[in-house]
Design a protein around this ligand. Structure first.
Ligand SMILES: [Zn+2]
Length: 625
């Protein structure tokens, strides 16, 4: 039997036994390519497109998928339709129903709302964290997983060395990383998920340097081809000392040839990769300022390079899909070059500097966009937070590239720890997922922390549901989440998170509005409100492991919010920085002491990073406060 179908069968039997007590479900699993005519008329892509039919009456019947992955997705959807909920990637996060076999009836024809549904590795992670989220992903309807960079080393290194954490330490080697990557790719393939790879790093490979992440290096010790690097500030050197942030001199044919050679060599070595991301350097205002590069702007240089790469891959007989990235300078569309073989490419819109306090759409519709794009000035671009301003670039690109595309965005990368209660952010996530088709795109790859399920898992719940299909109303979907996570205490829990979102105002903490008098007053009143919910949650009687976990996380969260409210109050009143530093050091100790208990749902590395950055930064404060 095929390994994915065998896995789907073991998942089916395992969950069926947990909910009915009966072993070996009398449900046949099959791949039926004929479903194509049922679900797809013309635009069908065998690599990406899912669909399945569930026909089970009284515990007997069939689940048929258009491909192997769709069979697995169908198995999980069967249990979801019966009332099971996969709230987070921990064992306690599975809320299963109890049913008699005779009550296991589901009849469903399902085609996802979006073709591209993926999660990207980010944050700090152990191998177990990544294996857990890959296991969870198809339960929530995801179809793809993206391992960034040549070997994703940096994300694991942060966790295993406990970077920035003075209370823990550890080591992580390239050999351990290679073993972990092998296990992870095997887990992706077992589920027949679409494997996306790399992204940044090609510019480094082209000069003979293997970038592990955004590390600063002493370039005097690296014998790289310096003459191929971009010239910035009159010198060809690593931009800010960071190879990953350094472009090449794309006007130099030798640099382009070295770039395409690196990609082509990688493609030959990695036939397991389904979708290869070919991005340039990270960061912005770092393109080459030399005479050879003056003829074309960055987007034209990028498209010319991608055309050369396509020709090389075609000559090599490879039809691997290539994702190109539009963000920072590359948001401006090219003026001269066009894609010679658009079918090779998928456009990825990554509005990395946008705000998340509102969604792209207005009242569920594409907003009316005003006027022309801002003028492009080499290495003097300004970052735009306004969503309309970002969207205007996508619209211009769509006029000249009509191929496949998806949005790559960062809702759960930084803002998950800026909107403390997560309720405001969850609404933006939901509206953005619902708007993907209206934007003319075909899905979403979430660039996010893997452990993004604290203080609650609402954002991931609405993200996955809205992306996969179903759940038309945010409030109802949030209600569904809180019911599954908190049972009889759902209303209390929702009220608690709404109270937190009200007091710890997202726009003010994000710096979009000043910390004013009302905010400071709210922070003074917060301890009493938090004490009320602490007592209520302590007295609540959980009826299962999922509820016990949700309540425990809410209580830990209250323990974090108390010192945070104190610090925010001081910040709103312009307290001396030394005092805030001292208080933050105590908070950090609490965080790291608690981390082992909640590390599967909270990225402690990023929680510390985001909050520390906030308390150290100068933020707008209303002098009257
Ligand atoms: Zn140049």
């Amino acid at each position: 039997m095929d390994k994915t179908i065998k896995f789907a069968k073991s998942e089916l039997d395992g969950y069926y036994e947990k909910i009915t007590g009966n072993k070996n479900a009398a449900i046949a699993l099959s791949v039926d390519p004929g479903l194509r005519t049922k679900f797809y008329s013309e635009e069908y892509d065998a690599l990406f497109d899912d669909a399945f039919v569930i026909d089970v009456r009284g515990g007997k019947g069939t689940i048929a998928g258009i491909n192997r992955r769709s069979v697995l997705l169908g198995v999980y959807k069967f249990f979801t339709a019966l009332g099971c909920r996969f709230l987070n990637p921990t064992p306690e996060g599975e809320r299963l129903v109890r049913l008699a076999p005779g009550d296991c009836t589901v009849r469903l024809d399902f085609k996802p709302d979006n073709r591209h549904r993926g999660i990207t590795i980010e944050g700090a992670v152990s191998a177990e964290n990544v294996l857990d989220i890959i296991d969870w992903a198809p339960k929530a309807g995801f179809s793809a997983y993206f391992l960034q960079f040549m070997d994703s080393f940096t994300f694991f290194e942060r966790w295993y060395t406990h970077e920035n954490n003075e209370y823990a330490s550890g080591e992580y080697t390239r050999a351990q990383n290679a073993a972990n990557m092998k296990k992870i790719v095997r887990a992706i393939k077992l589920r027949d998920m679409i494997y996306h790879a790399v992204g940044h790093g090609w510019t480094c490979e082209a000069v003979g340097y293997r970038a592990a992440g955004w590390h600063k290096v002493d370039e005097s010790v690296i014998g790289c081809k310096r003459e191929l690097l971009a010239m910035t500030g009159g010198e060809r050197k690593f931009f800010g000392g960071i190879p990953l942030n350094t472009h090449l001199c794309y006007g130099n044919p030798e640099a382009r040839a070295s770039f395409t050679e690196s990609v082509a060599a990688y493609v030959k070595r990695h036939s397991e990769v389904d979708v290869l991301h070919v991005w340039l350097a990270d960061n912005y205002n770092n393109f080459c300022e030399c005479e050879k590069c003056a003829e074309f702007g960055p987007p034209d240089q990028y498209v010319r390079l991608l055309n050369e790469l396509d020709a090389r891959l075609t000559a090599d007989g490879s039809n691997v899909k290539i994702v190109f990235l539009i963000y920072y300078e590359l948001l401006w569309p090219p003026e001269v070059f066009r894609f010679e073989n658009p079918g090779r490419f998928i456009m990825m819109f990554a509005p990395i500097t946008r705000t998340f306090t509102n969604s792209f759409l207005q009242d569920g519709r594409m907003p009316a966009l005003a006027g022309a794009l801002p003028e492009f000035r080499l290495n003097e671009i300004k970052l735009l937070t306004d969503t309309d301003a970002n969207l205007a670039f996508l619209v211009e690109w769509q006029k000249l590239f009509r191929g496949d595309s998806f949005v790559f965005d960062y809702h759960l990368m930084w803002d998950i720890y800026k909107d403390y209660g997560n309720l405001s952010l969850a609404r933006t996530v939901f509206e953005d997922m619902k708007g993907l088709n209206a934007l003319g795109t075909r899905g979403f790859i979430s660039c996010q922390l893997q452990r993004a399920f604290f203080p609650n898992g609402l954002c991931m719940y609405v993200l996955s549901r809205a992306l996969f299909g179903g759940g038309e109303d945010f409030s109802a979907l949030a209600g569904e989440y809180f019911s599954a996570a908190f049972g009889q205490n759902a209303a209390l829990a929702r009220e608690f998170f709404e109270t937190v979102s009200g007091l710890f105002d997202y726009k003010k903490i994000r710096g979009e509005l000043p910390l004013d008098k009302a905010f400071a007053k709210g922070m003074e009143e917060a301890p009493a409100a938090l004490e009320f919910y602490r007592a209520a949650f302590q007295n609540a009687r959980p009826e299962n492991a999922a509820e016990a976990q949700s309540l425990s996380h809410a209580l830990i969260f209250i323990g974090f919010l108390e010192p945070l409210a104190d610090m925010l109050c001081l910040k709103a009143r312009n307290a001396p920085k030394e005092l805030l530093q001292e208080k933050f050091a105590r908070f950090e100790k609490l965080l790291y002491e608690t981390e082992p208990e909640i590390q599967s749902v909270l990225d402690g590395y990023f929680y510390q990073l985001i909050l520390k950055g906030y308390f150290e930064a100068d933020v707008p404060v209303d002098a009257e406060a």
